[in-house]
Ligand binder design. Structure first.
Ligand code: GDP
Ligand code: MN
Length: 580
C-alpha cells in the first residue's frame, strides 16, 4: 500500500539533503546483519568475544558526542507561551533560516535510510507510528533495537498521514552544527550533528513530547517512566511506575533484584510508558519499546549491570573499555585491570594515564527479549494497571527515602515541584540542582503547566487512583558517603509501599506527607543514625525548599492550575504550623 504523504515527505527531504541512495528499511534480520557489518567495517562497532559475549559489540561514539544534547534543543511553536518557561523557544522562521540550511546536501555521497517504526504492540490500538530519516547506520541499528521497524509500522500506518517525522543527519558530528529542533504541531523533529541515542533517534521527542501534547484530545499521556511488576512473598502481584529524571534509576528500578526473600521484580517498561484511563477506571501503563537503553553508571558497575548485562547476549556497549580477550571493561565492574585494556576511544590505557577507561556516560543497549527478568506483559496490547507511581530524583540532602502523598492532587504537586541534581555523565554540569517536573524537563516540548493540568484531570477520571509516592535513593552524609545502599535494597522501600497499598503498614503523618515509621531491615545494618536521617523531615529545610518551588511555580503565571496553588499554600501552612 502506498502512502502519498510519506512518499512526498521523503522526496522533499531527499531533494534537500541529496543522498546518493535511499534505502527503505524492512526490519529484517538480514538488514540488521548488513548494518552491523557496515558499522564494523567503519570501525564504529567491534565484535566482542563470541564465546564469552555472544552477539555483543562495543560501540565507540565520536569523542565529542558522548553526551546527550540539552542546551542545543529548541522547540518551535507559533507562540512562545506554548512551550512555557522550561523550553528554549525558537520562532519557526528562525529554524528555517538558521538550521534547515545545515541539512542542505548534508547526505551527499551517503545513504538515506527511511526507518518506519512502531511504538507499541502491533496488536494495540494505542500504538503510534513514526518515520525516521537518517544517514547514520548506527541510528538505524538503534531504532531496530528499541522499536518495531519496517513493514509492521507501514501496515499500521496504512494511508494515514498521522505519523511522527524525524529527520536526522550525522553531518560528520560537527559540534558547532549540532542541533535538535522540534515542531510539535506537525509532529516533526530535526536532529543534526549527533548520534547520541537520545538526541538522534528522537524517540523521546516523539513519545514524551508529542504523545504528551495529545493528552487532552486522546486521553493519554506519554511518560518518562519505567514500569515493573512486583510479586510479594504472599504471591500478590502489583505494577508500579517509576518516573524519575534521566540518570536517576528508572532502568535500575525495572531490573532490580530484591534483597528481601519472596519478592520478585520483572520489567514491563524500561523508561517510557503510555498512560491512559482504562474502562475499569484504573490507570493503565503500556510499554511502547522493545529494547532497553541504559547507562553504565557508578552503581550499575557495582551492582546489577555487572551481573546480568555482563552475561547477557546481543548487548551493545557504548564507550566502555575493551580487553584484548574481547570482553568489555569498566571501572568498578569487578574485573581486575589487565595491561591490555583499551579505553573508550580505543587508546592503550593504564590506570592513571588519562581519566578513565569507560566514559562517565557509558551505555548499553539491547533487545528487551534478551533481558532475563522481562515480564510477559512487556508487549501486552492494553498494558498493565498501575497500583502506585513513584516520582523521584537525586537529592543528596533533605528529601527522605520515601514520602507518600496525601492525595492525588498532593502527589501531582510533589511531582510538579520535584527537584533533582543532574546525574553524572549527562550533558549539563553534574550535581546542579534544578526543577525537573515528573522527570520530563528535557522532553516536554509543550507548556509544563498544561501537563500538570492533564495529570490533575487524569485523577478526576480515575475511579481507582494509584497511590503516589516520592522516592530518593541518593542521600549522602557530610563526608559524601551514600546513606542508603539502594538497588536491591530498595525492595525494603517497595515492601513498605506495597503494604501501604494493602493498608497493612502505618505511616507517620508529617507536613510533607506520609513517612514510614520503620522499614524491614532484615540483614542490613546501616550503622549510626542513618535510617533515622533517611526518614526524618527537616521542617526548616522544607520551608526553604517550598520557597524555591514557589518561585518555580510563579514562572507559569496564570497557566498554572489552581489546584497546585492550593497544594502549595497548604504545604506552607502545614510547615509553618510545625515550626510553632
Ligand atoms: P535511568 O536513566 O533513570 O534509567 O537511570 P539508571 O537506572 O540507568 O541509573 C542511573 C544512575 O543512577 C546510575 O549511575 C545508577 O548506578 C544510579 N542508581 C540507580 N539506582 C540507584 C540506587 O538505588 N542507588 C544509587 N546510589 N544509585 C542508583
Ligand atoms: Mn534508563
Amino acid at each position: 500500500m502506498r502512502n502519498e504523504t510519506l512518499e512526498t515527505w521523503v522526496l522533499l527531504a531527499t531533494a534537500h539533503t541529496t543522498p546518493a541512495r535511499v534505502h527503505w528499511c524492512d526490519g529484517s534480520e538480514a538488514e540488521l546483519n548488513e548494518l552491523r557489518d557496515q558499522l564494523q567495517a567503519e570501525g564504529i562497532l567491534q565484535r566482542l568475544n563470541e564465546r564469552t559475549h555472544p552477539g555483543c559489540f562495543v560501540h565507540r561514539s565520536d569523542p565529542s558526542d558522548a553526551l546527550r544534547l540539552e542546551q542545543r534543543r529548541f522547540v518551535c511553536t507559533p507562540r512562545r507561551d506554548d512551550v512555557g518557561p522550561t523550553n528554549q523557544w525558537l520562532p519557526e522562521e528562525e529554524a528555517y533560516r538558521s538550521v534547515w540550511p545545515l541539512f542542505a546536501k548534508a547526505m551527499s555521497g551517503r545513504t538515506l535510510y527511511v526507518v518506519p517504526y512502531l511504538l507499541g504492540s502491533p496488536r494495540s490500538k494505542f500504538a503510534q507510528v513514526g518515520v525516521q530519516l537518517t544517514d547514520s547506520p548506527w541510528v538505524v541499528l538503534l531504532m531496530h533495537t528499541l522499536t518495531r521497524v519496517g513493514h509492521v509500522a507501514l501496515e499500521h500506518l496504512g494511508r494515514s498521514s498521522d505519523f511522527a517525522r524525524g529527520l536526522h543527519c550525522l553531518d560528520s558530528c560537527r559540534l558547532e552544527r549540532r542541533f535538535v529542533v522540534e515542531f510539535p504541531a506537525t509532529q516533526t523533529w530535526w536532529s543534526i550533528g549527533t548520534a547520541h541515542p537520545e538526541s538522534s533517534t528522537m524517540l523521546e521527542s516523539h513519545f514524551l513530547g508529542l504523545v504528551g501534547s495529545l493528552a487532552p484530545e486522546e486521553g493519554y499521556l506519554g511518560e518518562h517512566m519505567a514500569v515493573a511488576r512486583i510479586t510479594d512473598p504472599a504471591g500478590l502481584e502489583l505494577c508500579i511506575g517509576a518516573a524519575f529524571p534521566s540518570g536517576c534509576g528508572k532502568t535500575s528500578f525495572a531490573t532490580l533484584s530484591p534483597c528481601l526473600p519472596g519478592y520478585r521484580v520483572e520489567m514491563v517498561a524500561d523508561g517510557m510508558a503510555l498512560l491512559r484511563v482504562g474502562d475499569d477506571g484504573r490507570l493503565w501503563a503500556l510499554n511502547p519499546a522493545v529494547g532497553i537503553n541504559g547507562m553504565i553508571g557508578d552503581g550499575q558497575r557495582r551492582e546489577g549491570l555487572s551481573g546480568w548485562a555482563q552475561r547477557a547476549r546481543n548487548v551493545i556497549f557504548t564507550n566502555v573499555g575493551l580487553c584484548s580477550d574481547g570482553s568489555p571493561w569498566w571501572e568498578g565492574g569487578g574485573k581486575p585491570y589487565r595491561p591490555e585494556v583499551r579505553d573508550w576511544r580505543g587508546r592503550a590505557w593504564t590506570p592513571g594515564t588519562h581519566a578513565a577507561a569507560a566514559h562517565p556516560n557509558a551505555r548499553f543497549i539491547m533487545a528487551a527479549r534478551d533481558f532475563p527478568g522481562l515480564s510477559t506483559d512487556f508487549d501486552a496490547p492494553d498494558g498493565v494497571p498501575l497500583s502506585a507511581i513513584f516520582f523521584g530524583g537525586r537529592r543528596s540532602t533533605l528529601v527522605p527515602l520515601i514520602i507518600e502523598a496525601n492525595s492525588w492532587e498532593h502527589g501531582v504537586y510533589m511531582a510538579a515541584t520535584s527537584r533533582s541534581e543532574v546525574a553524572p555523565g549527562l550533558g549539563e554540569p553534574s550535581g546542579v540542582l534544578r526543577n525537573d517536573p515528573m522527570g520530563m524537563l528535557p522532553f516536554c516540548s509543550y507548556n509544563m503547566a498544561d501537563r500538570f493540568r492533564h495529570w490533575l484531570g487524569l485523577g478526576r477520571q480515575l475511579r481507582r487512583r494509584p497511590r503516589i509516592f516520592h522516592v530518593n535513593w541518593f542521600r549522602r552524609d557530610e563526608s559524601g558517603r551514600l546513606l542508603w545502599p539502594g538497588f536491591g535494597h530498595n525492595a525494603r522501600v517497595l515492601d513498605w509501599a506495597l503494604k501501604r497499598i494493602q493498608r497493612s503498614a502505618d505511616a507517620q503523618s508529617t507536613p510533607i506527607g506520609g513517612i514510614p515509621r520503620s522499614l524491614d531491615m532484615t540483614g542490613l545494618s546501616l550503622g549510626g543514625d542513618a535510617l533515622e536521617r533517611l526518614l526524618q523531615v527537616d521542617v526548616g529545610g522544607w520551608l526553604r525548599e517550598a520557597a524555591a518551588n514557589g518561585i518555580f511555580l510563579e514562572r507559569f503565571g496564570k497557566r498554572l492550575p489552581p489546584d497546585l496553588h492550593r497544594e502549595h499554600r497548604a504545604l506552607l501552612s502545614r510547615l509553618q504550623a510545625a515550626t510553632n
